[in-house]
Design a binder for this molecule. Sequence first.
Ligand code: SAH
Length: 218
Amino acid sequence: MDYSVARRRMVQQQIIARGINDSRLIDAMNQVPRHFFVDEGLRGHAYADGSLPIGHKQTISQPYMVAAMSAALELQGQERILEIGTGSGYQTAILAMLAKRVYSIERIPALAARARKVLDQLHISNVNIKIADGTLGWKDQAPFDGILVAAGAPDVPHEYLAQLAVGGKLVLPVGGFNQQSLIRITHLGEDQFRREELMGCRFVPLIGEAGWAETDNA
Ligand code: SAH
């Protein structure tokens, strides 16, 4: 299988054809080898139009969702980004190419370790990963120019608003356990925030103090 051909086709058919036109983002999606971030047995599906299991009941997000969330942050290159839910590290790698530095939090140690290994293999060196409850943000590195949450929250955790720089954007899925809306919140200054609803989506749950309880399932 020629992965670079499959990847270019993925970018054409799933990303560009659906209206994403940020050229830096398109370059990043053309460059980052998504098949590195999935188990060997699933590599043949790495450029398919969907999410895939990565173990521990978690998934690598659909390529289009990664692109749409990244695009929603409208990055120029100098930003410091907080990502919640490192998972496979694929979204982390895309953000690392679009921003100056990415601070990524994962609650499952084995996933954080695997993501770190793949990012190192790819020589992506502007990423800090920590194992923690990401619903509390990363206070000692705040404020952030962008916050991207890759797991569905019942409500917007207030620490994200507190840790968002003026002009910064927060993109996160909010709603029920099985179905959410992708929301973008822009910090306009003082206590002013603009909230936009981007699209429907379906993410694994954000589990933690300001998210779902581990025992929730409905
Ligand atoms: N963008 C990732 C998505 C992984 S799925 C990818 O494409 O691979 C979401 C991830 O969020 C899971 O790995 C899950 O363990 C993690 N997660 C859920 N709640 C979390 C929390 N409170 N803090 C940090 N990570 C969390």
